[in-house]
Design a protein. Structure first.
Length: 282
């Protein structure tokens, strides 16, 4: 048996006129019939917001005396579920959400993912429901075929940490470049100070995590295109087993903290980061 040391979530709100909210939605994780986690997502460890078109990154460490409450070996559909809930009549429409846990034995463990949520949360029954489950997903292995990517980035809350320049992600295996995507203006507050962002990235040629370990030529590279410095705080990358449909398997690829500033100006940072592939037991 292993114990989760933290729970994280990244959520993007729809861009509709009334999709954002001033409410404080909650995340609930129930395991073996007991709510092991029931917290407001706008908490001390949160970056971003639930305003329309914006993204939020939620992080909840689990204190030592509470870690036994949330186990990493009881993850079957009838053993664990994840829900979002609200007690407010101010409607909230999440669009995309991923929830994962971290454990010392398994590393990053994907728990739930919605890539196109179809519900609204509200205590007003004419606008939505007070609680909705997230689709359960399972951790892919080195051999799971990856057909789409999900990038989550958190920018530091510090002067000049944000950028207006585009960034790009490129994934190369021994055989070929399998994904390359430039991120510029989106409805989110892109790469600004104290912000969180979620980006779906298409894959040109399906690949496996094992292929990223086969050769020194294989790499995941994040590049900034300009001299307006960007200082990321956290970078996560996940591989999804479906190109457009709702995924069933999610492959943890990257988990990086404090990688340092990026800039095309060598006096301010480096133009590119080669992101290490996460070591998981799956």
């Amino acid at each position: 048996m292993g114990l989760f040391t933290s729970i994280s979530a990244a959520v993007r709100t729809r861009h509709g006129r009334f999709s954002g909210t001033s409410a404080r939605p909650r995340i609930v994780i129930n395991q073996l019939g007991v709510d092991r986690l029931n917290n407001e997502m706008l908490s001390v460890g949160t970056v971003g917001s639930v305003r329309r078109g914006e993204s939020l990154y939620y992080y909840q460490p689990l204190p030592v005396d509470e870690r036994g409450d949330l186990r990493d070996d009881r993850l079957a559909p009838d053993e664990l579920y994840v829900r979002f809930s609200t007690t407010s009549a101010d409607m909230w429409e999440p669009e995309l959400a991923i929830v994962w846990g971290s454990s010392k034995t398994l590393g990053t463990v994907p728990l739930a993912l919605e890539t196109d949520a179809k519900y609204a949360l509200s205590s007003n029954p004419s606008e939505g429901v007070i609680s909705a489950p997230l689709q359960r997903v399972y951790a892919g292995t080195d051999d799971t075929l990856i057909r789409r990517l999900l990038l989550v980035v958190v920018t530091y809350d510090a002067p000049y940490a944000g950028t207006d320049d585009p960034i790009s992600l490129r994934v190369t295996t021994k055989q070929a470049k399998v994904a390359e995507y430039i991120i510029s203006d989106t409805p989110q507050t892109d790469l600004e100070i104290d912000s969180a962002n979620i980006y779906e990235i298409p894959v040109d040629a399906p690949f496996r995590r094992s292929e990223l370990r086969e050769s020194e030529a294989a790499e995941i590279k994040l590049t900034i295109h300009g001299s307006d410095k960007w200082v990321p705080k956290k970078i996560f990358l996940f591989g999804l087993d479906q190109p457009t449909e709702r995924p069933e398997m999610v492959v943890p690829l990257v988990r990086v903290y404090d990688p340092g500033p990026l800039s095309a100006d060598p006096t301010e940072g480096v133009p590119s980061l080669t992101l290490p592939v996460e070591s998981n037991v799956f």
